[in-house]
Design a protein around this ligand. Structure first.
Ligand SMILES: C[S@@+](CC[C@H](N)C(=O)[O-])C[C@H]1O[C@@H](n2cnc3c(N)ncnc32)[C@H](O)[C@@H]1O
Length: 236
């Protein structure tokens, strides 16, 4: 956990013992569940901290994150990037969604065990939850990592975000082609790509870029299309 403490310091997050304990309990829980349910191919704690915790935390020092109170993580899997972000920012509220209920149950169980009180995890497909008034255009910020290509992902994520809010997409290092192919979709859905950042943390090999997309307009009510359609027929 020393490695985690050093990285938190670099990110300007205090590494008090109760915060470190939450990170530890959650990681041990995921690694233990992983023996029964496939959540990650990583079994080494050091590698886990780098690939799951540090990578998830890459956006914490940006104003777009700092200035947001309500945050949704779409396709959270085992809780990434949502859970590490929630441990880092206990004053913000996080909703984590995933289409696999087993993963949601594990997140809720582990958040209770680690006393992570600002996370609610719910089961559902983004295409369906984004039609629900309770969630549609209600969030200051949406984050998503390793879920779909940017065009499909924008249809999943942009409908959840309030006008003036942000979508931070965690993407691999070479995003040029994907960005080009998704420009039209992002525009149709009420978004605008503002910048790409590749945050660096000393001592870690992190290769994710973050694409910052601002929600500048409203998402037309016909989006997202019905479950399965965005991935079968991505907007072009
Ligand atoms: C490769 S995993 C990535 C999980 C996590 N974000 C991470 O970075 O470790 C993709 C996750 O997205 C979820 N997912 C895929 N399509 C979805 C959809 N339309 N709505 C909600 N969740 C979805 C899957 O169930 C899976 O858990």
């Amino acid at each position: 956990m020393k490695q985690l403490e050093r990285a938190l310091t670099q990110l300007g997050i205090s590494s008090d013992s109760s915060r470190i304990e939450k990170f530890r309990i959650y990681m041990e829980g995921i690694l233990s569940w992983n023996k029964m349910v496939n959540l990650t191919s990583i079994t080494d704690p050091e590698e886990f901290i780098e690939k799951y915790y540090m990578d998830s935390l890459l956006c914490v020092s940006y104003d777009e994150f700092q200035n947001s109170n309500s945050i949704i993580d779409v396709g959270t899997g085992g809780g990434f990037p949502g859970v590490p972000l929630a441990i880092a920012a206990p004053e913000k509220e996080f909703l984590l969604i995933d289409s696999l209920n087993k993963r949601i149950k594990i997140i809720n169980e582990l958040c209770e065990k680690a006393e992570i009180k600002n996370v609610t995890a719910i089961h559902g497909r983004a295409e369906e939850l984004a039609k629900n008034k309770k969630y549609r255009q209600k969030f200051d910020l949406c984050v998503s990592r390793a879920v779909a290509n940017l065009s499909v992902l924008s249809e999943y994520c942009l409908p959840f975000i309030k006008k003036g809010g942000w979508f931070l997409a965690y993407k691999g290092p070479d995003i040029r082609e994907e960005l080009k192919e998704s420009r039209k979709a992002i525009q149709i859905l009420g978004g605008e790509v503002k910048k790409e950042e590749q945050p660096i943390l000393d001592g870690f090999r992190l290769d994710h870029k973050i694409i910052f997309i601002k929600k500048t307009g409203s998402t037309p009510s016909k989006y997202p299309r019905k479950a399965g359609t965005p991935s079968k027929e991505p907007l072009k």
